[in-house]
Design a protein around this ligand. Sequence first.
Ligand SMILES: [Zn+2]
Length: 869
Amino acid sequence: MTTNTNQPTRIFLKDYKAPSFKVQSIDLFFNLHEKETQVKAKQSIEKLEETPLVLNGEGLKLLSIRIDGIELSAADYFVTEDSLTVRTAPDYFTLETIVEINPEENKSCAGLYLSNGIFATQCEAEGFRNITYFLDRPDVMTSYTVSIEADKKKYPVLLSNGDLISKKQIGNGRHLAVWRDPFKKPSYLFALVAGDLGVVEGSFITKSGKEVKLEVYASHGKQDRCFHALLSLQKAMKWDEERFGLEYDLNQYMIVSIDDFNMGAMENKGLNIFNSRLVLADPESATDNDFMRIESVVAHEYFHNWTGNRVTCRNWFELSLKEGLTVFRDQEFSSDLHSRAVERIKNVDALRARQFAEDAGPNAHPVRPESCLAVDNFYTATIYEKGAEVIRMMYTIVGKDGFRKGMDNYFKEYDGKAVTILDFAKSIAEPNNVDFTQFKLWYSQSGTPEVNVTENYNADNKEYSLTLKQFCKPTEKEPSKEAFHIPLLIGLLDPTGNDYKLNSKDIAYNSDGKALISLKKEEETYLFTDISDKPVLSLNREFSSPIKLHWNATQAELLHIIKFDKDSFNRREACFKMILQELRSLIADYHSKKELRPNPEIIEAIGYILLDKKIDAQFKSLMLQIPGDDFIAQEEDILDAKAFQAANHSITIAFVQKYESAILELYHAHHKLDSIGDRALKNHLLFYLVEANHPSSISIAFEQFSAAKSMTDKINAIVALCHTDSEERQKALHEFLNRWKEDAVVFNKWLQVQASSRITKTFDIVKKITTTPPFNPENPNNIYSLHSVIGRNHFVMQREKEKTYAWFCDEIIRIDKINPQVAARLCSCFNFVKKFPDEIKEIAQKEIGRVLAEPNLSKNSRELLEGCI
Ligand SMILES: [Zn+2]
C-alpha cells in the first residue's frame, strides 16, 4: 500500500527532461497469491546518457536484483521509499528484479489489488510503480510480454494486454498464461486481471476484413447485463472507422467489470477495466441515463486506442492531449447516434456546473497545468471537459473536413510517439493554413473568459453593429491575462424568426458553411449591413466557445429566440437565462427580506414552453429545467443555499399553481408513452409537483414507483418521494433496498437519492447509513454515491453546519488513510467554500484546517484543500 509520509514536493512542466534510458522490452512474470505475490521483471535497457539508473517503485519488497545475470552487491544500488537507484549501468544491459507485493492489503485501488476475489490493476497515472521497479512515465514506451501464474480453481481467467500466446496447466492446481502486446506502450496502459469471471462474447469485422474477438467479463450471473456494453463497443468501432478512418489493431478486445474502482474506466491496451456501474445494464437495473453513459464511456475508452494509446502524452502535464481529444470524440459519437442538440446541452450543463465552478475556485488551473503536487489530481473537469471544448473550438474554426485533415496529419506524424498538446495544435493548424499562436492561450491561461455585448442598430442606414469586450478575472497565479482568441458562431434573427443573410467583412465561414466571428482583441466591433429591422442577436450558437456571455437581453428578445431560433442550443439557453435572471432577482428579494413574488411574465413564458406541442418531449424537459445551486453560485457573490432554495421554490409554486391541470394532463399523457423523452419530461413534471407540495404529488410518485417496470421510472419516483417526509418515502426506500441490497451497482442509487434529499432528517440518515451494512466504507462507488452527493447538497450541509462539516472532514481524514484518490474527490466539494455566508464559511474552514493539520495527510488531499482556507 502506498503511504505518503514524506513532505510532498511540487513538480513543474518546465522541468521536463527526456528519459536517459530506453527500455527495449520488458518480460513480466506474476506468481499470484493474495498476500504474497512475486513479480519478476526482465528489462532490456539502453543507456542514452551517462547517469545512474533511477527507477520508480513504491511499497515494494526487493528480493533480488541482477544486471546481465549477475546479482548486484549492496554497494551497487540503493533503495528509497519511492525509488531504486543503480549507481552505474552499462550501455546495453538486462536488468532482472524480483519484488514481493501484497494485493490483499492494497485498499488504494492503485497498482495490483484484490476486488471481491478478483486480481485487478490500475496503473494510470502512477500505479505501475506499485507493481515493479520501472521508469514509470508515459514517454517510456516499450513492448510487454506477461506471464501470469495462479491457482486454477480460484482464478480460471488470466488476462493481460495484447494477444494470448499460450495457456497451460503447471501442477499443484496452478496454471500459467502468457500474453504478448505487439504495440509499444507506456506503463500506465499495463493491465492484468485474474479471477473467476463470466463472459459475453461477440465479434467485429474491421473495414479491412479482420475479425476481432470481443469479450465482456463480469461476475457470474451478471452476463445478461453485459450486452449493452458489447453492442456499444461494436457501434464505437464502426463509428471510428467511418468518421476518422481509424481501425482496431489487435485481434482481441476485452472489457472487465470490477466493483472496486477509483475511476470510471481505464483504456489499458486491449484490456479495458471498468467500474461495474459503467458496464452492467438492463432496463430493470439501469436508467436511460445509465444506458447513455455506458455507451459513451465504452466508446471513450475504445477511442483511446488511437488518441492516447497509439499516440500518447509526453508527460502528465499533457494529459488533456489524450483526454480532451477523446472526450471530444465521444461527444461527437453520441451526437451522431442521438440528438445532437440534446447532447450539446447536456455536455454544456455539465461543463458549467463542474468546470466553470472549478475555474472560478481555489483549484483553478490551465488545461495544460504548469505544476502540481499529486499527478492523480490532474483528472479534473478542466483537463477533460474544458480540454474537449478547446478541441471543439479548433473544430469550429476549421470545420468538419478541415478537422479530419488535421487528425490524419496528427496520426501520420506522431503514431507510436509520446507528444504534447502543442504538437496536436500544430497538426490541426498546418493543413488548414490557420494560425493558432494566440489560440494556444486556451491551454496556458486558466479561468473562464467573459464577454460583454453592446449592440447598436441604425434604422436609417440599416446597419447593425455589435461590440464585444472580453475579460478574464485574474487569479493568484495569473494576475493578468492576455486576450483569448474566441470563435463565435452567430446569427441575426429577423422579426419573423428567420436568419438575416449576413453581409459583413468580419464574418468568416468554416468548411461547414457556418458563420463565424473571431474575437481576438480585448474589444472589437463588427458591422452588418442591409439589416432591414432591428435584429435579435443569437450569439455563441452551439456554445461554440466556453465563455460567459453578458448580454442584457429584453424579455421579448429572449422569447423571440425561444420561439424561433434555428439553433437549438440558444433556444434552450434563452430559457435558462430567463429563469436564472428571475432566480437572481428573487434571491435579492430574499436577502432584503421581501416577500418572494415571481414575475408573472416569466411564469407565462415557462407555461408557453410547457404547452407548445411542437417541442419534442426530451428537448422540452431541458427547456423547463431550473438552474441548480452550482450554477447559480457562479453568478452570485454568496452561496446561500437557503436563499437559492427559497427562490426556486417560489417559482415552482407559482408555475404549478397557474398550470396545474396542464401539468397533470401532460404527466399522465407521457406516462402512457414509452420513449426516453417521454420519461424525461414526465419525471421532470413530477419534480415540479413535489417541489410545489401539490396535494396529489406523493400519491402520483408512489403509484409510479409501484407500477414501474424500468429503473428510470422507479428511481425518479423515489427521488421525488425523497424530498418529502412521508410514509410513502419510507415504503419505497425499504422496498428498493430489499430488492437491490445484494447488487453492488444498484445499491449506489439507493445511497444517492437519500444523500440528495432536502428533508430535515437527511444528515442523520446519511450518517447512520455509513455505519450500517451493506454500505462498505472502503468502496469508492459507495463513497462517491453518499459522501460526494451530500457534500454538494449545500442546502443540507449549510443548514446543519455545526454537525455536517465536522463529520464530513472526519470522513475525509478516514478515507485519506486508505484511498487518497477517493479522499481528494471529496475535497472538491469545498470548491465554493469561499462563497459561503461568513458564519458558515468560518465553521467549514476551521474543519478544513483540522484536516490540513493531519500529519500524514496525502499530497492529493493537501493540494486540493490548501486553497480553501
Ligand atoms: Zn479518457
